[in-house]
Design a protein around this ligand. Structure first.
Ligand code: PEP
Ligand code: MG
Length: 927
């Protein structure tokens, strides 16, 4: 861990040095906002972080924002470069910012008459809910607390604020475990015979503060700092440090947020939602972020401080109630947030505080939403003329579209099971699995191949890894904007929160629900769209969109399908690259076509060999020890392959279909050596007799002959076609016979025959000769001509580096980035899982290179091959069919190098269509 942190810190520090070397003189580190004017603006998220930029924008728009200043992300880089301090110049700038803030607030830090209290909050460019630290009520000390009491005439409030501050400062800055304070707090409540925090009077709270300070002295070997300027410096540094805490790092890893960008720190005048019954604090969204519905959405707590809502410890009231309790503030809030939505042209996620009936806005940012909501909102926005279709497609994270294709429950089966309880439907989707009660258990169980549902009283940011692997998240407390809800939605995990009837005992790993006990390992299922929870295992069924696509539901009966297709149609107007699918069966090709794939980029013919009843024929072909016997078996495979190709050609309605000749090593079609040995032993071993045994023994002999030390580098791909040309012959015949048949039916057909794993032009030349010969034979026999292409995969580094020579023979290239990554890095595709995590923890790799293309290395190969190939044959058709073809960030790279198409799995086709449009518009969405 220590090493990991050192690495990331170095990256941050390097960012600072880079800036200095580029000669940026007089970098500004502190940006003031207040009195209707801010130094920064909404475009400055890199420097001010999302929160700082939002505060600046709201201030500039004359909204009621408490004044403050933002210490920039550049200061964070400096902090790491200077090993945990900032330069005197930055300190001086902060002092100037503070003086300006004191003036705007009309209060002074540490004053005994009118003390200024501030919040100190983190705020990175990308929101990382709950991952970093926050300190409230800073500025209080033994003298200032009396000043606060005098100013507010409320001793209880003053000392409650002080005890909260000591606790927060103690745990965040001085790193004393929170529980130590909580334990003490409970002890005081018990000694006073009360259960509610609010039942403690001023005297009791004075006692709590006294005890807390004792804890600080004992645990940190220093007195609680009384100088508010020291407090501020220490808090600022703690926020900078929290950028590197393990949960923040884990979060960045999951969401691909770079380490080097750092966080800003916002220092802002405190306003108090906990100063009495005319005060409140809350959070909300301008539309429902789970369903996209056009409703004002959020929650609040009367007489509470901000963290109480987000932490999910008290279950807040729905925001509609605010209209009854504080109608004036509610009206103003609605007006402001509607205006913010119009200004930002996007759904807003906001935080507010009402202090003695006066509304203050504390934050606004574009709201995170589920994939479902993203589609609903974008199409609504266009209908409302708030955005253009082009702007609408730039509001949707392409990856989130997959959520709309995720399964739901079969409604009949679901309805037949009684509802055990209901909670707040925080994130839609069907979840079913075995109950676990902690994040580490969720990880352990899912590593063992089990589907789990994580049940917690409330989730905390540390649970992120457990939430990530769970089917869904269920919590007993919390509202729609609690941690579980926010993070669940963002991850696209079905989540239900605030299930009031749920009594969770995490210690004994069980929960109680209306007299029933549910233990770890029992099954639970829930629907994150309706909030219903059931105590049973329930199978799920395809999403509504998939039902329409597969013809099981009428398109006219699905609003979401219409909107989904609308987004994709808008995307198509802006995309340059074609989108094809990797499909091996006619039914897959049909789904792909329905999702908008206009061609097959990769048909892995060997997958057809695994079809029903085919494996014995394939095995006979492999077992043959002479060409004549091999041809007999191949002859049996021919009609089967022909039928498959015929189906795929028809499903693609004349669009190009790229069919690859056999690729994997032959042993993959034979049983495993160990399994054969067991079966042979059962049949009497080497001393036994009978045809079954003899067949097994022959198989074993062939398996042993075919054994390779490194099969991925062995007898596979084009090498098979070269050693057994009769296989290429049979496959070409099957392709061309099917194509001729389709053509004779008057349907357009465009076969593209692709030779895999070519590293040397002569390999391709050899196979092309076979293909051309057989194709000519077939067309002559059938008396019809069909235009076909012969091309190759570029997936061996030598092939990429000699792409000009290869382009002289090939009519197209398709980049096989799976093998190209494997062979460029030398990482086995099948074994990287054993060490990838360590590589990521040590920051050697940010991302899995088999998911997101390594632009620097593998991308260099691709770019070089594109340039060489085009130099030799300017019009050569170029595509990609590795897994990266469906990955949005890799798609941007493929756009950049000018490929003609990307090809991906049928279910990724919508993602690729949207990502390709965004790539053509050069806008990355989703980071
Ligand atoms: C590739 O290597 O990228 C590819 C598409 O082929 P396969 O995954 O079948 O090796
Ligand atoms: Mg390959």
């Amino acid at each position: 861990m220590a090493k990991t942190v050192r690495k990331a810190k170095r990256a941050l520090a390097k960012a600072a040095v880079g800036r200095r070397q580029r000669g940026v003189k007089g970098v500004k580190y502190v940006y003031f906002f207040g009195d209707g004017k801010a130094d920064g603006d909404r475009s400055m998220r890199d420097t001010l972080g999302g929160k700082g930029a939002g505060l600046a924008a709201m201030t500039n728009a004359s909204l009621p924002v408490p004044p403050g200043f933002t210490i920039s992300t550049d200061a964070c880089s400096e902090y790491y470069r200077r090993h945990g301090t900032v330069s005197p110049a930055i300190d001086a700038e902060i002092r100037r910012g503070l003086r300006k803030l004191e003036k705007a607030a009309g209060a002074t830090l540490g004053s005994t008459k009118n003390p200024l209290l501030v919040s100190v909050r983190s705020g990175a460019k990308f929101s990382m809910p709950g991952m970093m630290d926050t300190i409230l009520n800073l500025g209080l000390n033994d003298a200032a607390v009396e000043g606060l009491k005098a100013r507010t005439s409320n001793g209880r409030f003053a000392f409650d604020s002080y005890r909260r501050f000591v606790q927060m400062f103690g745990s965040v800055v001085l790193e004393i475990p929170k529980e130590v304070f909580e334990h003490e707090f409970v002890a005081v409540k018990r000694s006073k015979g009360v259960t509610l925090d609010t039942a403690l009077d001023e005297q009791a709270l004075r006692d709590v503060v006294h005890r807390y300070k004792r804890i600080v002295r004992a645990r940190s070997r220093r007195d609680f700092p009384q100088d508010p300027h020291d407090q501020l410096t220490m808090a600022r540094d703690a926020v900078f440090r929290s950028w590197m805490n393990p949960r923040a790092q884990e979060y960045r890893r999951i969401y691909d947020i770079p380490d080097h960008i750092g966080t800003a720190v916002n220092v802002q005048m405190m306003v108090f939602g906990n100063s009495g019954d005319r005060s409140a604090t809350g959070v909300g969204f301008t539309r429902n972020p789970a369903t996209g519905a056009r409703e004002f959405y959020g929650e609040f707590l009367v007489n509470a401080q901000g963290e109480d809502v987000v932490a999910g410890i008290r279950t807040p009231q729905p925001i509609g109630e605010l209209k009854k309790v504080m109608p004036k503030a509610y009206k103003q809030l609605r007006e402001i947030t509607a205006r913010l939505e119009r200004t930002y042209k996007d759904i807003q996620d906001f935080e507010f505080t009402i202090q003695d009936d006066r509304l203050f806005m504390l934050q606004t940012r574009n709201g995170k939403r589920t994939g479902y909501a993203a589609v609903m909102i974008a199409t609504d926005f266009v209908a409302e003329r708030l955005v253009t279709p082009k702007e609408a497609i730039l509001q949707i994270d392409p990856g989130s579209l997959s959520q709309l294709l995720a399964p739901g429950f079969d409604s009949k089966e679901w309805k037949a099971i009684p509802v055990a309880t209901r909670g707040l439907a925080a994130s839609p989707g069907a979840a079913s699995g075995q109950v676990v009660f902690s994040a580490p258990d969720a990880v352990r169980w899912s590593d063992a191949g089990k589907a789990v549902v994580l049940v917690r009283r409330e989730t905390v940011p540390d649970d992120i890894h457990g939430m990530f692997v769970s089917q869904g998240i269920l919590t007993a407390t919390g509202g729609m904007t609690s941690h579980a809800a926010v993070v669940g939605r963002q991850m696209g995990k079905p989540s239900i929160v605030g299930v009031a009837e749920l009594e969770v005992d995490e210690g004994s790993k069980q929960f109680f629900l209306n007299g029933q006990t549910v233990r770890e390992g029992d099954f639970v299922s829930f629907d994150g769209l309706t909030g219903e929870v059931k105590l049973a295992k329930v199978a799920s069924k395809p999403s509504e969109i998939l039902q329409v696509v597969s013809g099981h539901r009428a398109a006219t009966k699905s609003d979401i399908h219409r909107r989904f297709m609308q987004i994709l149609a808008w995307s198509d107007k802006y995309r340059r690259m074609e989108v094809r699918a990797n499909a091996d069966q006619p039914d897959q090709a049909e789904i792909a076509f329905a999702f908008g794939a206009r061609g097959i980029g990769l048909c892995r013919t060997e997958h057809m060999f695994f079809g029903e009843g085919r494996i014995p024929i394939v095995q006979r072909m492999i077992l043959a020890d002479n060409e004549a016997d091999r041809r007999v078996a191949l002859q049996e495979l021919l009609p089967l392959q022909r039928k498959d190709f015929y189906g795929i050609f028809k499903a693609m309605h004349g669009r190009p279909v790229t069919i690859r000749t056999i690729d994997p090593p032959l042993h993959e079609f034979l049983p495993k050596r160990e399994d054969l040995m067991v079966e042979i032993a059962k049949l009497g071993g080497h001393s036994g007799t009978g045809p079954a045994l003899e067949r097994k023994l022959a198989l074993l002999r062939r398996v042993e002959q075919l054994h390779e030390f490194n099969p991925m580098l062995g007898h596979r791909g084009v090498r098979l076609g070269i050693t057994y040309p009769e296989i290429t012959e049979m496959q070409t015949r099957a392709i061309m016979e099917a194509a001729c048949q389709v053509a004779k039916e008057g349907i357009k057909v465009t076969p593209e025959i692709m030779i895999p794993l070519v590293g040397h032009v002569k390999e391709l030349r050899d196979q092309k000769a076979v293909v051309d010969r057989v194709a000519a034979e077939v067309m002559q026999e059938r008396h019809i001509r069909v235009k076909y292409l012969v091309g190759t995969m570029i997936e061996v580094p030598r092939g990429a580096m000699t792409a000009d020579q290869i382009a002289a023979e090939a009519q197209f290239f398709s980049f096989g980035t799976n093998d190209l990554t494997q062979l460029t890095y030398g990482f086995s595709r099948d074994d990287i899982g054993k060490f990838l995590r360590v590589y990521q923890d040590k920051k050697i790799l940010d991302k899995d290179p088999f998911t997101t293309l390594d632009v620097e290395g593998v991308g260099f190969m691709v770019r070089t091959a594109v340039e060489l190939g085009r130099r030799a044959q300017p019009g050569i058709k170029l595509g990609v069919c590795g897994e990266h073809g469906g990955d949005p960030s890799s798609i941007h790279f493929f756009e950049d190098v000018g490929l003609d198409y990307v090809s991906c799995s049928p279910y990724r086709v919508p993602v690729a269509r949207l990502a390709a449009a965004q790539a053509a518009l050069a806008v990355k969405v989703g980071d």
